[in-house]
Design a protein around this ligand. Structure first.
Ligand SMILES: Cc1cc2nc3c(=O)[nH]c(=O)nc-3n(C[C@H](O)[C@H](O)[C@H](O)COP(=O)(O)OP(=O)(O)OC[C@H]3O[C@@H](n4cnc5c(N)ncnc54)[C@H](O)[C@@H]3O)c2cc1C
Length: 471
């Protein structure tokens, strides 16, 4: 099948693009990495629900039936408190970067679950505090202000109150409108204080009647916390530091790819052992002034070759602007690989890769490596104009080499013709409903494309996405 280069071809103002000069096909990638262990999202969800059930059972075993108002408040406070403690553990586990979870569930989905779960946990903490306060006030026949003063004189309750204040700060700075204003570094610093809040909550739970009621529950609760603590330290500190020492990554080359876009080639020892798969990303820390303090997520824009990793970065903010000034030799710390937008998600022979803007990066690597014969793989690449197409020559070389279909969908997003409308997609991709779709692009484009794909008959379970807004 020939390469088809189309500029929203049903549009009345359609102008064919000048064809790019032929380029040599890229060298063969390294052999496919050994499949990683992956936990399916449904399994993780089931495990979390079963865990919550076990916590409720623990509460049920300790609860004593009573119709007294203070006892009803107290028992409600115990249930919400235990579930909140368990919820905090789950939130930490989701962010521990355990490879089987990262590769199976995907970093963006984990981040979304973490964010939604955080709201539930805050609700449970608020309910716990209100019920405990009311229970105490009824029991001691005092008003709520006196009850609050009394309760705060207990060390474990003062600790829990401080922890709650920190959790509220985490919640407030994570609200979309606030997060946009405070900047990533501030958001991250406040978020880290959630660890202290979790520790203060743990102290409080150990002093409470449900956990402290028996040595077995104290042991089980402590073991659960210790396990999550060890996973956090291991995967977020030990593994990246060990990888940095082992691979000694350095910038090998910075290549201009067009206006505001560069590719960075990073080389090191035994990089193949990282088992990075096309479609995955790393969190990169370039040890240079202005960049070392932040780990920035960037997808691999090419499969791993000759101990070299490649990313392609669009300058949109302070950090990404500094990346184009990197020089060969700069040390790099890369933690990963992360992400589940890989070949293992595929369930059908036919695959549509649908990219928007710099979202082409993971799909470029998949375009080259997803197994398939002539006509099995189609890449649709949406951009506002031809100048916004990144890695274009490579894409055309791959399309020619693999006899894969490649269409550019150009034009403003508010134009009269919508190349992502269900009918337009069905015209471009015959048998669309029988495809797996890999989707990556700006949030608005991803939302519009997902809605169109569903309306065009692609089941949601076959739309696989990487969201550059969540990680
Ligand atoms: C999984 C994933 C893969 C990505 N792959 C690519 C890629 O291949 N090429 C590319 O050009 N861009 C990619 N991005 C986007 C890229 O990470 C951001 O554009 C970049 O971090 C912005 O940094 P900045 O300081 O220059 O911009 P800012 O203007 O400071 O930030 C712009 C946006 O990026 C977010 N952001 C900033 N710093 C971080 C950080 N340390 N971690 C997470 N988010 C952050 C901010 O919350 C904000 O929404 C990817 C993002 C994710 C989540």
């Amino acid at each position: 099948m020939p390469v088809v280069t189309t500029e929203a071809r049903h549009h009345p103002l359609y102008v064919p693009l000048p064809s790019a000069p032929p380029t040599a096909a890229p060298p063969a990638p390294a052999p496919a990495p050994v499949p990683a262990l992956r936990l399916a999202p449904e399994r993780l969800r089931t495990a979390v629900v079963v865990g919550a059930g076990a916590v409720a059972l623990l509460w049920g075993l300790q609860a004593r039936a009573s119709a007294r108002l203070d006892a009803l408040f107290a028992t409600g406070a115990h249930l919400t408190g235990l579930l909140a403690g368990y919820g905090v553990l789950v939130l930490l586990l989701l962010m521990a970067r355990v490879p089987a979870v990262e590769h199976g569930v995907g970093a963006d989905r984990l981040a979304r679950w973490h964010s939604r779960g955080g709201r539930y946990v805050l609700g449970l903490i608020a309910a716990h505090a209100a019920l405990a306060l009311c229970g105490y006030a009824v029991h001691t026949r005092t008003d709520l202000v006196t009850a609050t003063g009394d309760l705060l004189s207990y060390g474990a309750i003062a600790a829990a109150t401080a922890g709650t204040a920190l959790f509220v700060a985490v919640g407030v700075t994570s609200a979309r409108a606030v997060r946009r204003r405070v900047g990533h570094e501030t958001w991250r610093a406040v978020h880290l204080s959630g660890l202290l809040a979790a520790a203060l909550g743990f102290v409080h739970q150990l002093a409470g009647p449900d956990v402290a009621g028996s040595l077995v529950t104290v042991w089980l609760w402590s073991m659960a916390h210790a396990t999550v603590g060890v996973l956090l330290v291991w995967y977020r500190i030990v593994v990246p530091v060990r990888a940095a020492l082992r691979h000694e990554l350095r910038v090998a080359e910075v290549r201009d790819e067009g206006p505001g876009v560069v590719s960075v080639l990073v080389q090191g020892r035994g990089v193949a052992r990282l088992r990075a798969e096309p479609g995955q990303f790393f969190r990169w820390r370039f040890l240079r002034r202005g960049l070392w303090a932040t780990a920035l997520p960037f997808s691999l824009s090419a499969p791993v070759r000759d101990d070299t990793l490649r990313i392609t970065v669009k300058a949109i903010g302070d950090h990404t602007r500094r990346i184009r000034r990197l020089r060969p030799g700069v040390r790099v710390l890369a933690s990963g690989p992360f992400g589940a937008l890989t070949a293992h998600r595929r369930t059908r022979r036919k695959v549509l890769l649908l990219a928007g803007g710099v979202g082409i990066t993971p799909l470029r690597a998949l375009f080259e490596t997803l197994p398939g014969g002539p006509g099995d793989i189609t890449l649709l690449y949406r951009a506002s104009d031809a100048g916004g197409l990144v890695l274009r020559e490579e894409l055309e070389a791959i399309a020619r080499e693999r006899q894969a279909a490649l269409h550019y969908l150009l034009g403003p997003s508010d134009g009269s013709f919508d190349p992502l409308a269900p009918r337009a997609l069905r015209n471009l991709v015959p048998g669309l409903a029988a495809h797996d779709v890999y989707l990556c692009g700006p949030p608005a484009m991803m939302r519009a494309a997902t809605a169109s794909l569903l309306r065009a008959g692609v089941p949601a379970s076959r739309v696989h996405k990487e969201d550059f807004d969540h990680a």
